[in-house]
Design a protein around this ligand. Structure first.
Ligand SMILES: *Cc1c(COP(=O)(O)O)cnc(C)c1O
Length: 409
């Protein structure tokens, strides 16, 4: 694929108003006007380059939004105070009472809870499907369906969505395909593959320093204008605005995203190969054993790799907890939710980030008790990390040779 997301970010040229190579931070909630008429036009959205009030827009938020739109290849973007603050207004903008959504059943726990428990208050129902089965997606479409929602690489099971295939279905049935690309920035460019709207939690890889929450919606000018409409725009009226200081800080971190993603991916692939060779049940899109390995390859911007997320299954929640505690004691990472940090982060999704999903549904989708989700860090010496992780597993009898033998038989 010839789409070059990192080039697109770097090719944007803008200076602060005093010529600073890094844009000045606009630390103002409201803006003065030299003429009263310009104020009226700005409120109506007809005065380009003017700012009225920072919940509507601010220079710092626009700089960050334009860089993220360039990355995703969309016309424009709107940043928000969190990933959930991006996802929820999009779905509420696209759906009204009695509408229907089709969603992947393996998604971020907060998104799942919103669709399952909150949207029914507005009589908006969601069918949760196995997103890897295009015929199941199409079969779930009803007369009232408005949206297909998925994650490019799903949380926490790392299922891969066939974005071209889903976009085809969406176009044929006049639906919007909304893709949460939080797990695979730069690697996958959903809008280029046909998605209508691309969302990120900036909290994760894009910011990458675990010091803030943030989100973005990338889409057409028309859709972003709708979200920001002062009369009926869900982002405008629900009010999850990003603070300018945070926008400036995230933009600085975005400058190194391409280098970081390459290192996350390199380390992720290295560990996944080693864990699998050791006989651990390992899920990583870069492994040939991943059911959607070829699909991921066909969609990816190759130089950014298969990402930093992998899971292993160590058999029981007890073993998972022991292993995570031991790894943290040996300074191999932190027992923490979230992802994209320079240190490896690990958690057991069944009892943390996916605990919103009822136990029987967790079982059905293959989310087992012994599952550990890793966000692999930027470790400079990943071989050393592996040796130390292996040592932890050996001490806890997680790597038993019996497993290896039965696997080779
Ligand atoms: C974290 C996350 C979200 C929610 O983002 P917040 O910034 O925590 O609101 C949504 N989707 C995915 C895939 C995530 O990992």
């Amino acid at each position: 694929m010839s789409f070059k997301p990192a080039n697109n970010i770097q090719d944007l040229q803008y200076f602060g108003e005093f010529g600073g190579v890094n844009p000045s931070i606009s630390d103002s909630s409201t803006y003065t006007f030299l003429s009263a008429k310009t104020m009226f036009d700005t409120f109506e959205g007809n005065a380009d380059g003017c700012y009225l009030y920072s919940r509507h827009s601010s220079p710092s938020n626009l700089y960050l939004g334009e860089a993220l739109a360039a990355m995703e290849g969309t016309e424009t973007a709107n940043v928000s105070a969190s990933g959930m603050g991006a996802i929820t207004p999009v779905l509420m903008q696209l759906c009204g009472a009695s509408d229907h959504i089709i969603s992947s059943r393996t998604i971020y726990g907060g998104t799942y809870a919103f669709l399952k428990n909150f949207m029914p208050r507005f009589d908006i129902k969601t069918s949760f499907v196995d997103i890897t089965k295009l015929d199941a997606v199409e079969a779930a479409i009803t007369k009232t369906t408005k949206v297909i929602f998925c994650e490019s690489v799903s949380n926490p099971l790392l299922e891969v969505a066939d974005i071209k295939g889903l976009a085809d279905i969406a176009k044929r049935h006049n639906l919007k395909l909304v893709v949460d690309n939080t797990f695979s920035p730069l690697s996958i460019s959903p809008a280029i593959l046909g998605a209508d709207i691309v969302i990120h939690s900036l909290t994760k890889f894009i910011n990458g320093s675990s010091d803030t929450v943030g989100g973005v919606v990338c889409g057409t000018q028309e859709f972003i204008n709708n979200l920001r409409n002062v009369n009926d725009g869900a982002s405008m009226l629900l009010g999850s605005t990003m603070d300018s200081m945070r926008a400036a800080s995230i933009l600085k971190n975005l400058r190194t995203l391409h280098i970081r993603m390459q290192q996350h991916s390199k380390n992720g692939l290295f560990l996944a190969n080693k864990f699998e060779a050791d006989g651990l049940k390992t899920v990583y899109p870069g492994l040939k054993s991943h059911p959607s390995h070829d699909l991921f390859k066909s969609m990816m911007n190759i130089q950014y790799g298969f990402g930093g997320m992998l899971t292993i299954d160590v058999g029981s929640s007890e073993k998972a907890n022991q292993l995570m505690e031991l790894m943290q004691n040996r300074n191999l990472g932190y027992l923490a939710v979230s992802l994209g940090f320079y240190k490896t982060l690990f958690s057991a999704p069944g009892s943390s980030t996916s605990s919103e999903i009822p136990e029987d549904e967790q079982k059905e989708m293959g989310l087992s008790d012994g599952l550990i989700r890793f966000s692999i860090g930027l470790d400079a010496d990943i071989e050393r990390t592996y040796q130390m992780m292996r040592q932890c597993m050996e001490e806890l009898n997680i790597l038993n040779t019996k497993k290896e033998i039965s696997k080779s038989l």
